[in-house]
Design a protein around this ligand. Structure first.
Ligand code: FVH
Length: 337
């Protein structure tokens, strides 16, 4: 069985001390790839990877792949970031083309969509026959656009979204979402699973990004809530650390309700006027509750900007005769006609 190659583009220098990693159990000798024909159309047993981009994430991915015995070729715009990886056993490539042609699987871990396209478009010919996996955070439509560009050039493209921080890569806490070419996923799967749990979302290349964006939206809104709580409690001298601990405890206690909210949203009854109050708050109740939060913030001299959009949706539901509907109907308000 020929050796495969994996290229990682982009190696950063912000790795936190890592917890025990799945990678660490599987140390094998490093391989130093040179130009070779990519492994195609079957499961690769030990592919060479190119990593394009050695920021914090690209560096963590490269280290994990190296630790699991994969030959790695790295390229980074700022070449100095390749040096520690070269010392650790990766091959440093001077150009993107050099990295790509040394690999079976090319992992792109750059800053954004623009930097991905800037560096991939000139090497379309070199990418042919290799498995291209873009782990850079992009929007769903940007992922679809890159997939369309790849298809135009006859390339095998998989889009990915990393649900992990760099220190989590290779640990059981790490999860990566993938969408796009199913055969590319199957081919590279063993390698991808060294980075974390691999979760294929479907042939539409935008699906991994869409779920990533949805989960990150919930995360940022949660952090916004923490910031609001800290600002309110600081008015009476509470430390942010104390408030963060309190918020964590409270969120942990109410987290089980998420499942019920989801189940209710999938039922038609929540959006009707005959909502059962025993199942949860109605719109009128939630308006009073959120209104009190806004008033309390203002009384303490704290802005309520993060809460006001939610209040506007509740007001609109009430104004259109849905005051007795379950307040989770806010989710149904969000699609833009
Ligand atoms: N770090 C994290 O926790 C998150 C977790 C979820 C996924 N994200 C995404 O991963 C991509 C890379 O993120 P990163 O943490 O590695 O980011 P940085 O440490 O800032 O490194 C950025 C790399 O991108 C290179 N780069 C930036 N602009 C360009 C460009 N125009 N051309 C070529 N390369 C570019 C940069 O190179 P350099 O500054 O060292 O020369 C780094 O290699 C990202 O999509 C996250 O959203 C990480």
């Amino acid at each position: 069985m020929p050796q495969g190659s994996l290229t990682v583009l982009g190696l950063g220098d912000r790795r936190a001390p890592a917890p025990a990693r799945l990678c660490d159990d599987r140390l094998e000798p490093h391989h130093r790839p040179t130009h070779h024909q990519p492994v195609r159309n079957h499961v690769m047993t030990n592919p060479t990877a190119a990593v394009l981009g050695l920021g914090a994430m690209g560096s963590a991915i490269t280290a994990c792949l190296r630790d699991t015995g994969h030959a790695t070729v790295v390229w980074n715009r700022t070449a100095a970031k390749t040096e520690p990886h070269a010392e650790a056993g990766s091959r440093a490539a001077a150009t993107v083309a050099e990295a790509v042609t040394a690999a079976d699987v090319v992992l792109v871990v750059l800053f954004d969509h623009a930097s991905v396209r800037e560096h991939l478009e000139p090497v379309a010919a070199e990418l042919k026959g290799r498995t291209l996996v873009n782990l850079t955070t992009t929007t769903p439509n940007q992922a679809r656009a890159t997939a369309a560009w790849a298809a135009e050039h006859g390339l095998t493209y998989l889009d990915g979204a990393i649900m992990a921080t760099p220190d989590m890569i290779g640990t059981p806490a790490s999860r990566l979402l993938y969408s796009g070419d199913r055969s590319a996923y199957d081919t590279a799967r063993a390698l991808l699973e060294t980075l974390g749990a691999a979760d294929y979302q479907g042939e539409d290349a935008g699906l991994a990004s869409l779920k990533d964006m949805a989960l990150l939206t919930a995360m940022y809104q949660m952090f916004g809530g923490l910031f609001q709580a800290v600002a309110m409690m600081r008015t009476v001298g509470a430390t942010a650390a104390d408030t963060a601990g309190e918020v964590g405890g409270w969120l942990g206690a109410i987290l089980p309700h998420l499942g019920r909210f989801g189940a209710e949203l999938d039922r038609a009854a929540h959006n009707s006027g005959d909502h059962d109050p025993a199942r949860g708050q109605d719109v009128d109740f939630a308006r009073a509750a959120v209104g009190a939060l806004i008033t309390a913030a203002r009384e303490q001299g704290v802005g309520a900007d993060l809460l006001e959009p939610l209040m506007r949706h509740l007001d609109e539901l009430a104004a259109t005769g849905r005051g007795t509907a379950d307040w989770i109907s806010v989710a149904d308000q969000l699609p833009i006609a």
